[in-house]
Each structure stands twice: as structure tokens, then as C-alpha cells.
Design a protein around this ligand. Structure first.
Ligand code: N1C
Length: 274
């Protein structure tokens, strides 16, 4: 006689419960993977979109090509081990024209410099050129074994020297200084203890690349408040003079921030008003 095996109701319900758990777990894993994938993709997309949009504000550049050259510098690499040279291909495609006698450098004076250059179309900072404009204020990095761009949790200045962002600024600042010509101006901060700090990009990269006779003079504008901390006789500024290539004329002037704001008026003629 044929025997038919019936499962008990408890057994059946336990099995159904088990299947449901597996399905729920699978669904969860899929959702997490999709969300994670989308977030990572979004990171790449957001940076890429900002980059391309900013690039398109300049005429005559192949923005997709420039993005490709930029991205290859750090994608798939340890974000603490991106060399300065990794950005060479980016520099090669994102060429820019030097603006002789109008190039403006700065150290620890970013806001006052840009407030000044934005209102008056006379001086040109690195951020006014394609090279500096594309990534100004942004953070990015890659990861070993990944083809994504991350915009959060990237190592910073205190984490490691050769981080993605620092190497970038070092490379583009070098390119900007290599192109400097004629009379060059630099705004330094007179409200800090060391206005010409040896570890700054201005001191360690840019000044070293000012060659005479391409660069003829360097005018330092030491931006002060009513009660300046440093003045033009500061020891670090003596170091700056010593660092300069022979033949380059040096000058330094203490100018209050309030006066620089007055100088920012678009009606003033081009050139310094200090
Ligand atoms: O280290 P710094 O100043 O002396 O660098 C400033 C110097 C300028 O003359 C620029 O030509 O180097 C160039 N430069 C930038 O244009 C720039 N934009 C944004 C260097 N760094 C720049 N940044 C970011 O600010 C970047 O993250 C870098 O490390 C800081 C340096 O600012 P700082 O210490 O005031």
C-alpha cells in the first residue's frame, strides 16, 4: 500500500519561515548593494558634473578629455599615495595662457585676494584660470581596487603628505608659477606669526620657480588689520628675499584689509592702488 507522507503544519510553517528569511536577506543585500552603488556612482557623477560644468565656462577646451586626464591621476590609487607627477597629463591638456604683469599669488590670504580679484578684472589668481577654477574648494579621492571617485572621507593634510588633493594643488601651483612673467604680485597675511611660511605652497613651490628674467619683480602686499602682528621687516620676509632669484626686484608694502576693500572698487583703474 502506498504510503503518503504528510508534513505536520509546524514543519510546513517553519520551512515557509526559513524561505521567507532567506528571501528577505537576499532582498536586503540587493538593496544595500544598489544603494551603495548609486551613492558611489553619484559621488563620481557629482564631481564630474561640477568639473565639466565649470570647464564649459571656459572656451576652447575639450572638457571630457581634461576630465579623463584628471581622473587617471587618482582613480584606483591609494589616496595617501598620489604623486604630484600623476597630474602631469592633466596639466598637459589643461594648458592656459600666462597673463604677464597681472599674476597674483597669495598665502593664507585667499578670501581677501579673491574678494579683490573678483571685483576688479586686473589681477589673475590661479583660481581665475581653468587649472585652479575646476576644483577650487572641492575634495576628491580614489581607492585601490575601485574605479570610483569619492568626495567624502578622503585623507586630508594631517593624514598624509601625498594625498590626492594636496598633490593636485602642488602640481597646478607649480604650473602657474612656471608661467609667471614680468611683474608678479603676492598677497601675504600680516595677521599671522609667519607670513612667509616655509611649508606653504607659495614658499615651497611657487617662489622657487620664479626665474629671472622671465619674472622681473615681486611685489608683496602684506595684508594687515588695524593692529598688525607682522610687518615688512619680519624675518620670514627676509628669507623670501634671499630665496628670490638674483635679478628679481623685491618690494613689500603693508596695506590694511580695509584699504584693499576700497581698492576693490571696479571704478579704480587697473593695477594696484596701494
Ligand atoms: O599653501 P599656500 O596657501 O601658500 O598656497 C597658496 C598659493 C597661491 O599663490 C596659489 O597660486 O598656491 C596656489 N594655491 C591655490 O591657488 C589654491 N587654491 C586652493 C594653493 N592652494 C590652493 N588651494 C587650497 O588652499 C589647497 O587646498 C591648499 O592646500 C590650500 C593652501 O592655502 P594656503 O596655506 O593659504
Amino acid at each position: 500500500m502506498e504510503s503518503v507522507e504528510y508534513r505536520s503544519p509546524e514543519k510546513r510553517s517553519r520551512r515557509r519561515c526559513c524561505i521567507l528569511s532567506v528571501v528577505a536577506l537576499l532582498l536586503f543585500v540587493i538593496i544595500v548593494a544598489v544603494v551603495l552603488g548609486l551613492t558611489l556612482r553619484q559621488n563620481t557623477d557629482t564631481l564630474q558634473q561640477t568639473f565639466i560644468a565649470r570647464c564649459k565656462e571656459f572656451e576652447g577646451y575639450d572638457c571630457e578629455k581634461i576630465w579623463g586626464a584628471f581622473e587617471q591621476a587618482y582613480v584606483g590609487r591609494d589616496p595617501c599615495n598620489v604623486s604630484v607627477e600623476a597630474y602631469d597629463p592633466f596639466i598637459a591638456v589643461a594648458h592656459f595662457k600666462p597673463a604677464c604683469n597681472r599674476m597674483m599669488f597669495w598665502s593664507k590670504a585667499k578670501d581677501v585676494v579673491h574678494d579683490f580679484t573678483e571685483k576688479r578684472d586686473c589681477f589673475v589668481t590661479l583660481e581665475d584660470t581653468l587649472l585652479g577654477y575646476l576644483l577650487d574648494g572641492l575634495t576628491w579621492c580614489g581607492k585601490e581596487g575601485s574605479s570610483e571617485t569619492f568626495t567624502t572621507d578622503c585623507p586630508g593634510w594631517t593624514d598624509c603628505q601625498n594625498n590626492t588633493v594636496r598633490s593636485f594643488w602642488t602640481r597646478v601651483s607649480a604650473a602657474f608659477a612656471d608661467a609667471a612673467c614680468g611683474n608678479v604680485t603676492a598677497m601675504l597675511n600680516g595677521t599671522i606669526a609667519i607670513p612667509f611660511h616655509p611649508a606653504s605652497i607659495f614658499a615651497s613651490i611657487e617662489v622657487k620657480r620664479f626665474d629671472y628674467p622671465r619674472v622681473r619683480s615681486l611685489d608683496v602686499i602684506l595684508v594687515t588689520q588695524e593692529n598688525p602682528v607682522s610687518n615688512c621687516t619680519h624675518a620670514s620676509l627676509k628669507d623670501l628675499q634671499r630665496e628670490l632669484d638674483k635679478g628679481i626686484t623685491y618690494s613689500c608694502k603693508e596695506v590694511t584689509e580695509a584699504h584693499i576693500h576700497e581698492c576693490s572698487s571696479p571704478e579704480k583703474p587697473c593695477g594696484g592702488c596701494w
